[in-house]
Design a protein around this ligand. Structure first.
Ligand SMILES: C[S@@+](CC[C@H](N)C(=O)[O-])C[C@H]1O[C@@H](n2cnc3c(N)ncnc32)[C@H](O)[C@@H]1O
Length: 331
C-alpha cells in the first residue's frame, strides 16, 4: 500500500511520529520520498488510513497512491487527484483521510477543567508526545506533570492505561474530572486511570513496582508565565535554573520506573532572555541507564540528508519559550 502523508508545521517531528507509530504496531514500511510537505511511504501491509490518521497529531491528510503518471501522460488522467512528486512524475489517487478539526476543538474546549495559568497544551502536541513515547510492549502511560491531563486524555483514547500526578491538588482534581469526561466519551472500551498528588522530582513507589510496561510522556514546569520578553535579572536566572533542576531530578527518578526498551519523552524549554536564547541541556551523565535515541535515521529529506535526529523543536511565533522534545530509552 502506497501512502503520502501531508505533514504539519514541523515536518521532521511529524515524520518521527509516523515512524514511531508504525514501528509500535509492527507495520513495516520503506520511504519513497520525504520533504517539507510530505512523506511518501510504501507499507508492506494494508491498513485503515482513517484509523491511522486519528492516532497521529502531526499529519494533516493521507493520500492513497493508485498509480504513478509521467508528466507527459498527465493530460490523459485530467480528472484524477494528483500529487506532484518531482519534475517528471505525479502520484495519482485519492485523499483517504483528513484531520478532524472539530474533534480537536471538542477535546480542547469542551473538557470540564482548563487552566489558562499553567498553559494549555494543544491536543495535537499531546498526541505527538504520546506517539513518540510508545513502543511495541507499552501498556500504560505516565505523566508526572499532568496539569489538566491533555496527554493522558489522548493516551486513553488510544487504549492505554493511564497514570498521572502533579504537585498541585487543583490540577489533580481537574485531571480526574477531565479523564472521567473522556471515559464517558469513549464508552465501554475506556481504560483505567490513576491520578495522585506528587512531586515530579521524586520517584513514586507505587509505579516502581507496577507490572505495567510504562512509557512516560510529559511537559514539565516551564517557569513563570512570561509573556512578551524575559528581563535579565537574578530572579529570572534563578527561575530558569529551577526549571532545569526539576527536569533533571525528574528524568533521573522517572528512569527507575521504566522497563528496558520503554521511553521517556519530555519537553525541555529554552528561553529568550533579552536578545539571547538560554537553552537547558539535560544532564545525561546523571541518568546513564537512559540513552537519547533518534527516530529518524539516514533519511533523504528534500535536498538534505539527515543522519539522525535526537530532538525536535515545537514553538509558536513571537513567544519567549520554545519547547524542545527529547526522547530517551531505557537500556
Ligand atoms: C506546563 S504544565 C503541564 C500542562 C499539561 N501538559 C496539560 O496538558 O495541562 C506543568 C505542570 O507541572 C506542575 N508542577 C510544577 N512543579 C511540579 C513538581 N515539582 N512536581 C509535579 N508537578 C509540578 C504544575 O502544577 C503544572 O500543572
Amino acid at each position: 500500500m502506497n501512502l503520502i502523508f501531508f505533514l504539519g508545521k514541523f515536518p521532521l517531528l511529524s515524520i518521527a511520529e509516523i515512524f514511531s507509530v508504525l514501528k509500535s504496531k509492527n507495520i513495516r514500511y520503506s520511504v519513497k520520498m520525504a520533504d517539507e510537505n510530505y512523506l511518501y511511504l510504501n507499507l508492506e501491509e494494508n491498513i485503515y488510513p482513517d484509523i491511522l490518521l486519528k492516532i497521529l497529531g502531526g499529519t494533516i491528510k493521507i493520500f492513497q497512491v493508485e498509480e504513478i503518471a509521467k508528466r507527459e501522460e498527465i493530460k490523459r488522467v485530467k480528472n484524477k487527484n494528483k500529487v506532484n512528486l518531482d519534475d517528471q512524475e505525479y502520484a495519482l489517487g485519492n485523499i483517504v483521510a483528513s484531520q478532524d478539526i472539530k474533534e480537536y476543538e471538542h477535546r480542547e474546549m469542551d473538557k470540564p477543567y482548563t487552566s489558562p495559568q499553567t498553559g494549555m497544551m494543544p491536543s495535537k502536541l499531546a498526541k505527538i508526545l504520546l506517539n513518540l513515547a510508545i513502543g511495541k510492549k507499552t501498556t500504560a502511560i505516565y505523566d508526572p506533570f499532568c496539569g489538566t491531563g491533555t496527554i493522558l486524555q489522548e493516551a486513553m483514547h488510544q487504549g492505554y492505561k493511564v497514570y498521572g500526578s502533579d504537585i498541585s491538588k487543583e490540577a489533580v482534581a481537574g485531571t480526574i474530572k477531565n479523564l472521567e469526561w473522556t471515559k464517558n466519551e469513549i464508552g465501554g472500551r475506556a481504560t483505567e486511570f490513576e491520578i495522585f498528588t506528587h512531586d515530579g522530582k521524586i520517584l513514586p513507589d507505587r509505579l516502581k513496582l507496577s507490572k505495567d510496561n510504562i512509557a512516560i510522556a510529559t511537559e514539565p514546569y516551564l517557569g513563570l508565565p512570561w509573556k512578551d520578553r524575559i528581563p535579565k535579572n537574578v530572579r529570572n536566572t534563578k527561575e530558569i535554573t529551577k526549571v532545569g533542576d526539576i527536569i533533571d531530578s525528574s528524568i533521573k527518578s522517572m528512569s527507575k520506573i521504566l522497563k528496558k526498551g520503554e521511553r521517556l519523552v519530555i519537553i525541555v524549554p529554552s528561553f529568550k532572555v533579552r536578545h539571547q536564547i538560554v537553552n537547558l541541556e539535560p544532564k545525561t551523565s546523571e541518568y546513564p541507564n537512559l540513552v537519547r535515541i533518534s527516530l529518524i535515521n539516514d533519511l533523504k529529506f528534500g535536498d538534505k540528508h539527515i543522519d539522525e535526529m535526537k530532538s525536535f523543536l515545537y514553538y509558536r511565533e513571537g513567544t519567549v519559550v520554545t519547547r524542545e522534545i527529547f526522547i530517551f530509552e531505557k537500556v
